[in-house]
Ligand binder design. Structure first.
Ligand SMILES: *Cc1c(COP(=O)(O)O)cnc(C)c1O
Length: 392
């Protein structure tokens, strides 16, 4: 692929004009809700499609268009649509694509709010949701009926970091003429390019690694222009768009995307390897360690394994709380993919309302700890976890 610039170059330059407003090197932020026409003739030309331009903020803004071109280039897609959040992206995409009577099939380790939207809300509009065990391609194929319109998975998944075999996933969809969607938020286009495997739509919560600085919410869907056209139309009605300031922040964050991902990958792998060899750690979920069930698939299909990892320690919920409270660099909080490392205990942060039986059924141990490795110095993070585990 020598004809195509690499991710580091695309992240800095793709989608941007060479010469910009005011001759500035940075894009101006278009702080406006509406765009004016010089005269009635200009409106007629716009309506005839002779003069593509902005009209009203709900339909698009120049900052969002720049970042959309950049994100399409990074994922190797024809077009990208940016949204107010990752969830706004999923909701708008599914509402544009599904009709009453349609069915959708999920791998069950997908982001819980995406599944909740389908199970609790799309059901009110007559859409049926089926869920099958992640990685079971026979069950996936069996769940398809003549009414099925889309297969959805995340790869890798959270918090168990299961990796989907995209070729098999796509083959199941294609043989039944059903479209496929991969939420690649944890992988990012740096580590995984699902469109190359033939996936129809790739989705990211840009809140995570793409924005990368824990300072914005955004989402993106990448795919073909034709397939995204109805999604763009619906976004213009719903108003699930990104504001110009946020789009600019996302563009700014993306400049260092490749550099950040290198360090996230390095820190994630170093921490996972350190934890895997620690006597107080009983299990590590990270596709870059050989004990992980998807190690070989991940090694074959991913460039790096990202900054998110989870692990279980010997002891009980209190032991895990002591370790979480003892780390000095990562802050305690949800989310992932930012330059600042984060740590949390899924039991408290996401699954407190579940019964112990429900947690056991989905593999959430009381001692599970989730780490989003930031871009701090690797040795400092390792030293921090070494001292924190002395409290276990
Ligand atoms: C965070 C996240 C989402 C939702 O994105 P928001 O930007 O928070 O709306 C969807 N999928 C995955 C895998 C996520 O991590």
């Amino acid at each position: 692929m020598h004809d195509e610039p690499a991710q580091g170059t695309l992240a800095v330059h793709a989608g941007e004009a060479r010469q910009k407003a005011g001759d500035a090197i940075a894009d101006a932020i278009f702080c406006t809700s509406t765009y004016t026409f010089e005269n009635s003739q200009a409106i007629l030309e716009f309506l005839d499609g002779k003069n593509p331009r902005e009209e009203y903020g709900r339909y698009g803004n120049p900052n969002e268009r720049v970042v959309e071109r950049k994100l399409a280039a990074l994922d190797g897609g024809e077009a990208a649509l940016v949204f107010a959040s990752g969830m706004a992206a999923i909701v708008t995409l599914l509402m544009a694509k599904l009709n009453a009577g349609d069915e959708i099939v999920f791998f069950d380790e997908c982001y819980h709010r995406s599944r909740e939207f389908c199970v609790k809300h799309l059901s009110r509009f007559g859409v049926t949701t089926r869920q099958v065990k992640t990685g079971n391609y026979e069950a996936l194929a069996s769940a398809i009926t003549p009414a099925t319109k889309m297969l959805v998975s995340e790869s890798p998944t959270n918090p168990h970091l299961s990796v989907v075999d995209l070729e098999r996933f796509v083959a199941v969809g294609r043989s039944a003429k059903v479209e496929t969607l991969i939420d690649a938020t944890l992988a990012t286009p740096y580590n995984l390019r699902p469109l190359r495997a033939g996936v129809d739509y790739v989705l990211h919560s840009a809140t995570k690694y793409l924005g990368g600085h824990n300072d914005l919410l955004a989402g993106v869907v990448v795919g073909s222009e034709e397939k995204l056209a109805p999604v763009r139309q619906l976004r213009g009605i719903l108003g699930t768009i990104t504001a110009p300031h946020v789009a600019y922040l996302l563009q700014r964050g993306l400049k260092t995307f490749a550099l950040r991902m290198e360090q996230h990958n390095r820190n994630g792998l170093a921490l996972a390897q350190f934890l895997a060899g620690h006597p107080k750690v009983t299990k590590v979920y990270y596709p870059g360690v050989p004990a992980h069930p998807y190690f070989h698939l991940a090694k074959e299909t991913m460039r790096g394994f990202g900054g998110l990892l989870t692990f279980e320690i010997r002891g009980d919920a209190q032991t895990a709380m002591r370790v979480v409270d003892a780390v000095k660099i990562p802050r305690i909080g949800p989310s992932l993919g930012g330059v600042e490392s984060l740590i949390e205990q899924p039991l408290l942060m996401s699954y407190w309302n579940y019964t112990p039986e429900q947690r056991a059924a989905i593999g959430i141990a009381d001692t599970l700890i989730r780490v989003s490795a930031g871009i701090e110095d690797t040795d400092d993070l390792l030293a921090d976890f070494r001292q924190a585990l002395e409290h276990a």
